[in-house]
Design a protein around this ligand. Structure first.
Ligand code: ZN
Length: 162
């Protein structure tokens, strides 16, 4: 099921998401829909609020993940490196917008897979960046919130005109 992507003016993007308490058929239906949607949109990451669902779930779609779309329920960053780097990010909720965002270089993430199995992983580079961007979505934080003050102000003015 292809889902509609909520764009940046939608207030659902600012809501803090609830943890998934139980992986029900309904939850799996949403996560399957998110996986289909991210493939169709050729995105690298998608968080549940971007399809209007305020639950802590993300999907990641990178070519090197040969297993296909990586689904994570209740993802949480348990450690991030002090070392940061700046990289370009896009967001499916902001079509054609690319911003230079500073993020930790490495993160350690815990979460559940669709069968409720716990896992822990270390990520660096692009994968670390995606985890940080998507987990921010679950807390109602959007990528331009991470811009330095003046750039953020300029971006807000630009977005208002659209
Ligand atoms: Zn995003």
């Amino acid at each position: 099921m292809i889902m509609e992507i909520k764009k940046y003016k939608d207030r659902v993007l600012r809501k803090k998401c609830q943890e998934v308490k139980e992986i029900t058929p309904e939850i799996l239906k949403i996560i399957d829909g998110m996986s289909e949607t991210i493939k169709k949109e050729r995105g690298v990451g998608l968080a549940a609020p971007q399809v209007g669902v305020s639950k802590r779930m993300i999907v990641i779609n990178l070519d090197f993940m040969k297993s296909g779309v990586f689904e994570v329920i209740n993802p949480k960053i348990i450690r991030k490196s002090k070392e940061e780097e700046i990289g370009e990010e896009g967001c499916l909720s902001f079509p054609n917008v690319f911003l230079e965002i500073k993020r930790s270089k490495e993160v350690e993430v815990i979460g559940l897979d669709r069968y409720g199995r716990k896992f822990e992983m270390k990520a660096e580079g692009i994968l670390a960046r995606i985890f940080q961007h998507e987990i921010d979505h679950l807390d109602g934080i959007l990528f331009f919130d991470r811009l330095p003050f003046i750039k953020r102000l300029k971006f807000k003015i630009f977005a208002k005109k659209k």
